[in-house]
Design a protein around this ligand. Structure first.
Ligand SMILES: *[C@@H]1O[C@H](CO)[C@@H](O)[C@H](O)[C@H]1NC(C)=O
Length: 277
């Protein structure tokens, strides 16, 4: 009897492995049903998600709450589930050079180049308080408070001429050299080397846009406080693909699955493989 009781108790222990916590709760994403996989829980405000798609490694930062608020960075191998906290001081914003599989981490003290072997960051751009970093053939960074974009190449930082006149909060360049960026008044698009600016959305708060990123096919996605949108360059508008309140960051994995974060978790959406009654 005692043995049987023990067995039942053991069976009642919920599966802890990440991918086993699939909830059979269909979520409509991009017009199709998906289920949620919890990539990470027990975490506070994870943001700045970035994926090295070759190794399927997800990087992100999160807030460490002690007496003072500090930022920490971590990575999860989406295949093996191996989780590592990066040994980088106050890393806040992350981007990946996919060609060379190098992560760059921006923080209060500048931009670090992450070394996978030592698990440490090497400070390559010191003395700048970084708001955001983005990699596309070169490293771009936005300086905090001035919100100015700089391009870093061959060991030198130069103001990014294309957007030198305005304060920028989030920005990407797609495969066709088309820029999508946000500032305090809206979301805009611009072909590099031209003057015409497309207005995708107007608002009056810097708190609306949470992240702008590219998927595996080079499409631009924008996370806002009330949903995730895809940029349609042909129709010059935004298509809502996911209804979600307060997303903090997003990225796409090697199979182009959407990963996004909310206040206390990082979630991956996969085409639904559970049967609903
Ligand atoms: C935001 O960017 C747009 C388009 O580049 C520009 O017209 C506008 O003045 C900018 N707003 C601010 C507050 O800088």
């Amino acid at each position: 009897m005692a043995y049987k009781f023990l067995l039942i108790c053991l069976m009642a222990v919920p599966a802890k492995a990440l991918d086993d916590t699939k909830e059979c709760k269909p979520i409509l994403y991009d017009g199709k049903y998906h289920s949620e996989q919890l990539v990470k829980t027990d975490i506070y405000k994870p943001s700045s998600l970035a994926v090295d798609r070759k190794t399927n490694t997800l990087y992100y930062s999160y807030i460490h709450r002690t007496k003072e608020i500090t930022y920490k960075t971590a990575k999860v191998n989406l295949r093996t589930k191996e989780y590592v906290e990066l040994d980088v001081n106050n890393g806040f914003s992350i981007t990946v050079d996919e060609k060379h599989h190098v992560a760059y981490i921006g923080g209060y003290k500048g931009v670090y180049k992450y070394n996978e072997r030592s698990n440490k960051g090497h400070l390559i751009i010191p003395g700048v308080n970084i708001w955001n970093v983005f990699y596309k053939n070169a490293l771009y960074y936005i300086e905090f408070l001035s919100q100015k974009i700089y391009k870093y190449q061959d060991g030198k930082s130069i103001p990014f001429g294309e957007l030198s006149e305005i304060k920028v909060y989030y920005f990407v360049i797609d495969d066709e050299n088309y820029m999508v960026y946000s500032n305090g008044t809206g979301i805009y698009g611009k072909q590099m080397g031209t003057k015409d600016t497309i207005t995708y959305k107007k608002f009056d708060s810097v708190d609306i846009v949470r992240d702008i990123t590219l998927d595996r096919n080079g499409k631009v996605y924008i996370a806002t406080n009330e949903g995730i949108y895809r940029v349609n360059k042909v129709h010059e508008n935004l298509e809502k693909v996911l209804e979600v309140q307060e997303a903090y960051g997003m990225a796409f994995d090697g199979e182009n699955h959407l990963i996004y974060s909310k206040e206390d978790a990082v979630i991956r959406l996969v085409p639904q493989d559970c049967i609903q009654d």
